[in-house]
Ligand binder design. Structure first.
Ligand SMILES: C[S@@+](CC[C@H](N)C(=O)[O-])C[C@H]1O[C@@H](n2cnc3c(N)ncnc32)[C@H](O)[C@@H]1O
Length: 216
């Protein structure tokens, strides 16, 4: 896409205009608001970790939801523009083996109540490859959740529809008290097959090894 076309598409996007007007760094803010309205994944006083948080639309929503007694930590390789009293940043690749330890250090060892991921790889436009890379990100996010998410915690992870997702659903349904695959309104999605995997109340068992075994 040329820069001119990209700019005119941005100007025409009502969600981007609304985000600008309401002070959110990105339109992704409205995806979290949509899911929060249905599933109340974040509560006042919660500690929330967001993987793939730049520029910070969802982070700002999470910061408003947890309030002054809560804390939100945004993790990304890119700079996060959203700041606030209850917001912390960590600049790291989530595949870095030190990422879980660094997250826990910034949370003072206590872990988080909610882990969300809106992380996406740079899409190359080949659906088979983009989808598998997104699937691998989901599993990596669950590896991190296994180390930093408290028992009974919640997750919300971005994925793309693909045949393997049914197997992930089966595993996640067994790992959470309540599990749903959620879509946001079509006008909010950049990638038509984008979905969020929402788990409420994790049981104690580790999730990632079960997911790896399920997708082979
Ligand atoms: C769609 S954007 C996130 C938007 C964000 N949730 C918001 O509300 O503004 C996806 C982000 O995932 C990040 N990302 C992708 N792979 C990553 C990785 N391996 N480690 C850390 N961040 C990653 C990208 O840098 C990008 O900022």
């Amino acid at each position: 896409m040329t820069r001119g076309r990209w700019l005119s598409e941005r100007r025409a996007d009502p969600w981007i205009r609304m985000a600008k007007k309401e002070g959110y760094p990105s339109r992704a803010a409205y995806k979290l608001k949509h899911i929060q309205r249905q599933y109340s994944i974040i509560g006042p006083g919660d500690v929330v970790v967001e993987l793939g948080a730049a520029p910070g639309g969802m982070l700002k929503v999470a910061s408003q939801l947890v309030g002054e007694k809560g804390l939100v930590l945004g993790v990304d390789v890119r700079p996060i523009s959203c700041t606030g009293e209850n917001i912390r940043h960590l600049k790291i690749d989530i595949y870095d083996p030190l990422a879980p330890r660094e997250i826990l250090r910034l949370l003072e060892g206590a872990g988080c109540d909610v882990l969300i991921s809106d992380a996406s790889p740079n899409l190359i436009g080949v659906p088979e490859i983009d989808t598998l890379r997104q699937l691998d990100l989901v599993i990596r996010c669950c590896e991190i959740a296994d180390e930093v998410l408290k028992d009974d915690g919640n997750i919300m992870l971005k994925a793309f529809e693909c045949p393997e997702l049914a197997r992930l659903d089966r595993v996640l349904r067994g790992c959470f008290k309540n599990y749903k695959r959620v879509t946001t309104p079509p006008s909010l999605r950049k990638h038509s097959s984008e979905v969020y995997l929402v788990g409420i109340g994790r049981w104690k068992a580790p999730i990632a090894p079960l997911l790896r075994a399920a997708v082979g």
